[in-house]
Design a protein around this ligand. Structure first.
Ligand code: NDP
Length: 249
């Protein structure tokens, strides 16, 4: 089996920064036709131009995963103008740290709306398009080690990510019959806009000390797991959760 994904349409949600941007660049470098989706269209336009300048192919699509109508409209556009995505990286997400006792209804709802409902919506829209086109596909959900273990002040985030892990397994079970594989990557700590500056604080340093490899990871260090799951190299993998966390889990 091969890691080759050249020519496949690959959708990356949350591609306007951080891990998603890094995934989009890597997939494009490997020859995929990449659809970069998020809310900040200016960032997406710059990324598309960068990818084109590097010899790759990318298209930008405005998408708010917390809005069902936005997901529906984005998929209609992608399918009509680019093609059915056979690789879907469900990466869009928000972070928020607060003592559970202080979480508001709005805090809780917005976390679930993006990190759990959003991932489900995108996965279902992708599966419907793949089934209609009779094509196999690979959905890669970006969970977190915090979906597998807990830490202080992250009740809403950890609960949403744990939901995403279980959703991965449930969808894998139901969609194997369609040739759609659904797996997850559970990254450890990687510095991005979501947690910028955190690792310079005392609390952040304490977190890093608990990582067996004594450092945070880089976005590039997630690419191996992504290519394994996205390509035919992972053809017998579904419902799997790969931790990439310096030994933390
Ligand atoms: P960033 O904040 O850099 O990126 C988050 C991305 O998600 C942005 O591109 C943002 O784009 C997008 N996004 C947020 N809300 C929405 C929405 N409603 N609709 C569409 N896109 C949205 O953080 P990371 O790169 O770190 O996070 C990427 C994923 O990785 C997340 O799911 C996160 O939980 C996960 N993760 C991160 C870890 C880390 O240590 N960094 C560790 C484990 C998991 P825009 O605002 O333009 O919409």
């Amino acid at each position: 089996k091969t890691f080759d994904i050249a020519g496949r349409v690959a959708l990356v949600t949350g591609a306007s920064s951080g891990l998603g941007e890094s995934f989009a660049r890597a997939l494009a470098k490997a020859g995929a036709v990449v659809v970069v989706a998020a809310r900040r269209e200016d960032r997406l336009a710059k990324l598309v131009a960068d990818i084109a300048a590097a010899g790759g192919t990318a298209h930008a699509v405005a998408l708010d995963v917390s809005d069902a109508k936005s997901v529906e409209a984005a998929f209609a556009k992608i399918v009509a103008t680019i093609g059915v995505p056979q690789i879907v990286v469900n990466n869009a997400g928000i972070g928020s740290a607060k003592p559970a006792i202080d979480l508001t209804e709005e805090d809780w709802r917005s976390m679930m709306a993006t990190n759990l409902d959003g991932a489900w919506r995108v996965a279902q829209a992708a599966a419907k398009a793949l089934v209609a086109a009779k094509k196999p596909g690979s959905i890669v959900n970006i969970a977190s080690i915090l979906g597998l273990r807990v830490a202080n002040n992250l009740a809403s985030y950890a609960t949403a990510k744990a939901g995403l892990v279980q959703l991965t397994k449930a969808l894998a079970l139901e969609w194997a019959r369609y040739g759609i594989r659904v797996n997850a990557i559970a990254p450890g700590y990687v510095e991005t806009e979501m947690n910028q500056g955190m690792f310079d604080t005392e609390a952040g340093q304490a977190l890093v000390k608990r990582v067996p490899m004594r450092r945070i990871g880089t976005a590039e260090e997630l690419h191996g797991a992504l290519f394994l799951l996205a390509s035919d190299a992972g053809s017998y993998m579904t419902g799997s959760v790969i931790t990439v966390d310096g030994g933390h889990s």
